[in-house]
Design a protein around this ligand. Structure first.
Ligand SMILES: [Zn+2]
Length: 549
């Protein structure tokens, strides 16, 4: 009997030891949220033959891929995209209705993270004062990163890194420990007085900036790193977004002469700057070092700048993603070496997709086009003057396929907004590439079968959005100034702009894939469920149940 109990005890001990070895930790030490700006779903596979085992393929093989992840609102731009991922809701509640918009409350055209009450921290004499005048003031709901900080009396740390201010600020939420973005003029990582580093950059960031990585990269060239197979030299279709022209190798002589580092944003070096600084941030801030789960938000922007300038079929875009894969590989190796795979929860997604270059599609006899939004306000004012026989400043702004009427001017003219809206609708409806134009009231009355009605409604914030909205035909976009003859852009409800990757990896993630529809707003509540904390305060997304098994 005694022998039996001893044996049983031994068995029990062995079983416990086995459990201890195999059971994953109850919480990850660190969550790393990766956003690849303008990464369409197909880029996971389109360039896969050139990917190594350690980057995208590591995620696809060892992680769980939500293959059918969709943005569930318009407009699909960078500010709203980062906000939706981290707030678990759409512009209708989080208030980030575009990158820029006319704000009827403030009566100004505003940028999504602009906040003139704050100043740059970490720039030099060359730094434009506006570079650091940012905060999350326009973000009306909490983020998953806010909720993590709130969940345990601020023991969890949150940090955010992105070349773009909005790609760092919106994920970081309202109460991060640190939030950094890139200053083109100085080549420094900077922040604003809104954040805890308001009195000056911490020594580790100043020391890091002093290493001058941007100078190292500006002295290099950008060459195609492999023989391209999924693209062609479509250098006839280069956009007017940046200074780089078509044709490898890209040399940065002009940027060196002018002393600006902005050109690096369009190159793979832009992503290297981010990876290097993200790893430094983890080390210096000791993220993932204790029992309280920390969160690092990393957003890669060079993919977006590059595709805007060169388009979807460009060799530059192919090389950008192959080199992005190498960046991820380097980053994941670092994370696993430092924490072990089971202690890190990674998700990778995008803030929106991107369209085919319209002029290229036209050449292939596929309908596409560019709508001249930049001149629309002037053209409409002239038409309204003809229709109503009096010149008036009828329209306040046209932006993001929305129109803000000038209510004060209409009142002075004793005109009803509905009357003016009807006249505007008649004018816009006759223009090529316009699918439909609606007032806010008409949008509310539409049947559920109307195309993208839910997406359109979720993009409208009651106090901020325009009085009218127009929808373009498939493969049409409205960024005529920068992308009328080449390059590409995004913003529509069509799949090329809304279908993005979402892959989870590491802590408690079983390998697999699903083709069920997942909304971009499902990421934040799923993270909340995994971490057993409250979801962001305006969450409308749902938990991705397949990940909870
Ligand atoms: Zn973009």
């Amino acid at each position: 009997m005694r022998l039996l109990s001893a044996f049983a005890l031994l068995l029990l001990f062995a079983a416990n030891a086995a459990t201890a070895q195999t059971a994953p930790p109850s919480k990850p030490k660190i969550v790393v949220g990766i956003v690849v700006d303008q990464m369409r779903y197909d880029y996971l596979y389109r360039y896969q033959r050139h990917y190594g085992p350690g980057g995208f393929n590591r995620l696809l093989k060892g992680g769980f891929s939500c293959e059918n992840t969709r943005f569930n609102y318009v407009p699909t731009y960078t500010g709203p995209g980062h906000a939706a991922i981290y707030t678990g809701t759409t512009p209708s509640l989080n208030g980030i209705i575009g990158n820029d918009w006319w704000d009827p409350e403030l009566r100004i055209k505003r940028y999504c993270t602009a906040d003139k009450r704050h100043r740059t921290v970490g720039g030099t004499a060359k730094t434009d004062p506006g570079t650091g005048q940012h905060s999350p003031v326009a973000l009306l709901s909490s983020t998953i990163t806010d909720e993590l900080r709130l969940s345990n009396n601020f023991r969890s740390k949150v940090a955010s890194v992105c070349l773009k201010d909005r790609g760092s600020i919106l994920p970081a939420g309202h109460i991060p420990n640190a939030c950094y973005w890139f200053d083109d003029a100085s080549g420094n990582w900077i922040t604003s007085t809104y954040y805890p580093d308001s009195l000056g950059l911490p020594k580790w960031v100043s020391d890091y900036n002093a290493r001058r990585w941007p100078d190292t990269f500006l002295n290099k060239t950008w060459e195609m790193g492999h023989a391209p197979t999924e693209s062609f030299d479509n250098w006839n279709y280069v956009g007017k977004y940046g200074s780089l022209k078509g044709g490898f190798p890209h040399d940065f002589a002009a940027a060196r002469a002018s002393g600006s580092y902005g050109v690096l944003r369009f190159t793979p070096y832009g992503n290297t700057l981010v990876t290097n600084f993200a790893m430094e941030t983890i080390d210096a801030m000791e993220l993932g070092a204790d029992e309280w789960t920390d969160f690092l938000c990393v957003s890669y922007s060079a993919t977006d700048y590059c595709a805007h300038q060169f388009g979807v079929h460009a060799q530059e875009t192919e090389d950008m993603y192959v080199r992005m894969d190498r960046e991820l590989s380097r980053f994941f190796e670092y994370l696993e070496r430092k924490f072990g795979k089971d202690n890190v929860l990674v998700f990778l997604t995008a803030d929106h997709g991107g369209a085919e270059t319209p002029v290229h599609l036209n050449k292939l006899h596929i309908p596409a086009g560019v709508f001249e939004e930049s001149t629309l306000e002037d053209r409409l004012e002239k038409s309204l003057e003809m229709i109503f026989g009096t010149s008036g400043n009828y329209i306040q702004a046209v932006e993001n396929q929305q129109i803000w009427l000038n209510w004060d001017a209409l009142a002075d003219l004793d005109m009803k907004p509905e009357e003016v809206a009807q006249a505007i609708g008649g004018q816009i409806r006759s223009l090529p590439g316009v699918y439909d134009v609606l007032t806010r009231h008409e949008l509310e009355m539409l049947p559920a079968e109307y195309p993208f009605v839910s997406e359109l409604r979720r993009g409208i914030h009651p106090r901020r959005s325009g009085d009218m909205i127009y929808l373009l035909d498939p493969a049409w976009h409205a960024d005529d100034k920068a992308f009328s003859t080449g390059g590409t852009t995004h913003g529509s409800p069509y799949p090329y702009d809304t279908h993005v990757p979402l892959v989870w990896y590491g802590w408690r993630i079983q390998p697999g894939e699903s083709h069920k529809i997942v909304s971009i707003t499902d990421i934040a509540p799923t993270l909340a469920a995994m971490l057993r904390i409250m979801e962001p305060n305006a969450t409308t997304g749902k938990i991705i149940e397949e990940l909870m098994r």
